[in-house]
Write a protein that binds this ligand. Structure first.
Ligand code: SF4
Ligand code: MSK
Length: 665
């Protein structure tokens, strides 16, 4: 590591105080981190802006003013669009493969071929079967589960016709997709076709390439990701609000600390169960530990946070720093967003890096593969490996920042509906009404990664604060959710920082104005929320008519681009920060902005400047509100002003409903 570069300047690359403290440890110990490497590795400006093609061995061709064409004659627009298309395909493939693994797991669970994994949420299973038109009457949960899984497998590989979940979008949107030739087929087909189209000498029209990027992304949003979310709910439970701690300060000096990282919930769910078994706890005690402390990083964290209340040690840029505490016995990783550097960082401490997916191996890590038929046994083996490592902690090398925040996660779309009326009267009516009468100005999704080219968490947190202040409800996922959680924005007390209208709504329901709805694949929950809001009525007939904007201010991954593209193709104005991967082509930039807006009502833009993001977001929300005839706070404008129910009202109503139901029996 170049020690000179590890100046206090690096500490300014994050707003997370625990990260600053651990960056000092990295500097003192001479351990390289992504913060450091981002300062050292300068991005190639030609590649960064989408102007470099290496799709064949006549190149790579770097497009400049002097050399405006590649050897094959491709211009910058074709090259930028091809590069973008491949990034979207890779992102969609990641979610699709995650979704497929969940489908195979459901199939195995339904057939009794899993250890410790079974269908847990029958209500959700029935809801999913309902979406698929699968009859449930007189069938066992296993029979329904098997049929659901087989249908999803068919959908993923569907050659002709649309995947079943496309029908969950508002009708008007489905018609638009059909009219524009955007209705996707199966994920496998769309991703493979994108790879084919972008091979040397195939699709050379930027508009056509971007069109297929949208189609590919739609199989992710309304396919891979939505399927992954729903099956995780079926197997491990649909989330409801749950408390969890956030920040690396949740690690404990006297317990075995095990950090799960990546995206898949299965092994981590089993580890939660196994870590509570008396024999495992006794085993930990026999090694001198007072207990087992599970924590997460990135979206595996979000999965177990949403359902089990397992705390999050941090988001993407906290992964290396968490090991630098010297207090992690094992970091257990599955797939996606796992830095290769972890093995090196762990090598400086006693920490064992354990890979668990057959798809993701890291030199220097121990591989303990997750097998569904031995899921609990694998979880126990992983825990024991970590426990055995507890006595190896190096005294004097532990740095545990003294900061931890409380947060509440678990806002599934089912719960958001429930909290607006209870079991019997749950709906999106109160939210729609609050938007229609002007208490809430709109909804903004703030999602996505960290990027060391930007200041960690800064854009996510500052934009969140700014929008809630302006009476705009924020829903968040992925590392964005963790960034908000670390800063204490996921508790009801945050309502004090909200504008008066939003505060009134939050007070009535008892929620934060910032709702954490889950992991990266759970962006599909935002699509469902948007569709439910449309179905509820009063805010137009399509997602594109809602006063809503999607933001991904600190993006870095190809999955983020796939998500941004499916939001745009679903009718949402989506703004990404950091920089644009198509900046080299004005034509492609324009096509994804004005072109897509004309075609599908949503658009994807790249805006690094925070003030400009705020301006464009507010301008868009105002335009949409105006089109709906909403201009200012006007209580009662759309009929009698709705009285928002608090938890006591809701329980009272449910008791009454239950009593009525009982009386009818
Ligand atoms: Fe160059 Fe064309 Fe080959 Fe790309 S496909 S590397 S632009 S010759
Ligand atoms: S983990 S894709 S860094 S949000 Fe889902 Fe975070 Fe982005 Fe990975």
């Amino acid at each position: 590591m170049n020690k000179d570069a590890a100046t206090p300047e690096l500490m300014n690359r994050t707003i997370d105080e625990t990260a600053k403290e651990l960056l000092k440890v990295a500097e003192k110990e001479g351990i390289s981190t992504a913060f450091q490497r981002a300062a050292e590795v300068k991005p190639c400006p030609i590649g960064r802006d989408g102007m470099c093609c290496k799709h064949c061995f006549m190149g790579p061709c770097r497009i400049t003013k002097k050399t405006p064409h590649g050897v094959c004659g491709a211009d910058v627009a074709t090259i930028a669009a091809r590069n973008f298309g491949r990034m979207v395909a890779a992102g969609a493939a990641a979610h699709a493969d995650h979704g497929r693994d969940m489908v195979l797991l459901l199939l195995a669970a339904a057939r009794g071929e899993t250890e410790g994994i079974e269908i847990k949420d029958v209500k959700k299973l029935h809801a999913v079967a309902g979406h698929l038109g699968i009859e449930t009457e007189g069938k066992t949960r296993e029979q329904i589960g098997e049929e659901v899984a087989l249908r999803f497998l068919e959908d993923i590989g569907r050659q002709k016709g649309q995947p079943s979940y496309i029908s969950r979008a508002p009708e008007k949107r489905q018609e638009l997709w059909a009219e524009k030739g955007l209705t996707p087929r199966g994920l496998d087909r769309e991703v493979v076709e994108m790879m084919h189209r972008t091979h040397m000498g195939v699709d050379q029209d930027p508009k056509s390439l971007l069109h297929h990027a949208m189609r590919t992304s739609l199989t992710d949003g309304w396919g891979g990701a939505m399927v992954a979310t729903d099956i995780s709910d079926i197997l491990y439970g649909t989330p409801t609000p749950i408390k969890a701690k956030m920040s690396v300060g949740l690690l404990k000096e006297d317990e075995v600390n095990i950090v799960v990282h990546g995206h898949e919930p299965s092994l981590s769910e089993m580890m939660v169960v196994a870590s509570q078994e008396p024999e495992i706890l006794d085993y930990a005690k026999s090694k001198g530990a007072n207990g087992i402390n599970l924590a997460g990083i990135c979206c595996t964290a979000n999965e177990v946070l949403m359902r089990q209340g397992v705390g999050s040690a941090g988001n993407f840029l906290n992964q290396e720093l968490t090991i630098l505490t010297g207090a992690v016995e094992a970091m257990v990783v599955d797939v996606q967003c796992i830095m290769e550097s972890l093995a090196d960082v762990a090598g400086n401490y006693h920490t064992k890096l354990i890979t668990s997916s057959p798809k993701a191996h890291i030199p220097g890590a121990i591989h303990i593969e997750f097998e569904e038929e031995h899921a609990m046994s694998v979880a126990r083996k992983v825990l024991k490996t970590a426990i055995d490592n507890f006595p190896n902690r190096k005294k004097g090398t532990i740095t545990l920042p003294d900061y931890v925040s409380e947060s509440i996660g678990g806002f599934s779309h089912e719960y958001i509906k429930y909290m607006q009326g209870g079991t019997y009267r749950g709906s999106f009516r109160p939210l729609n009404d609050a938007i229609m009468d002007g208490r809430i100005q709109g909804v903004v999704g703030i999602v996505g990664c960290n990027n060391p080219r930007d200041i960690q968490d800064s854009e996510i947190v500052n934009l969140t604060r700014e929008f809630i202040r302006r009476d705009i409800l924020v829903v968040t996922t992925g590392c964005g959710g963790i960034a908000c959680g670390k800063q204490g924005l996921l508790t009801p007390e945050t309502m004090e920082a909200a504008g008066p209208g939003l505060k009134q709504v939050c007070e009535a329901i008892g929620i934060s104005p910032v709702l954490h709805v889950g992991s990266c694949v759970d962006n599909s929950r935002i699509l469902t929320i948007a569709s439910d809001m449309v179905a509820e009525g009063g805010l137009g007939d399509d997602i594109s008519e809602l006063p809503a904007v999607g933001l991904c201010p600190e993006w870095m991954s190809e999955k983020a681009l796939a998500i941004g593209t499916y939001f745009a193709a679903s009718g949402v104005y989506t703004i990404f920060g950091v920089g644009s991967p198509v900046a080299g082509s004005e034509e492609v930039t324009r096509l994804m902005s004005e072109g897509w807006e004309q075609e599908v009502g949503g658009k994807l833009e790249f805006v690094a400047d925070r003030e400009e993001v705020i301006r464009r977001t507010v301008e868009h929300l105002t335009r949409k509100r105006k089109a709906l005839g909403i201009t200012e706070y006007a209580p009662g404008k759309f009929g009698a002003e709705k009285v928002l129910m608090d938890m006591t009202d809701r329980r009272k109503l449910e008791d009454e409903q239950k009593a009525k139901a009982e009386a009818k029996k």
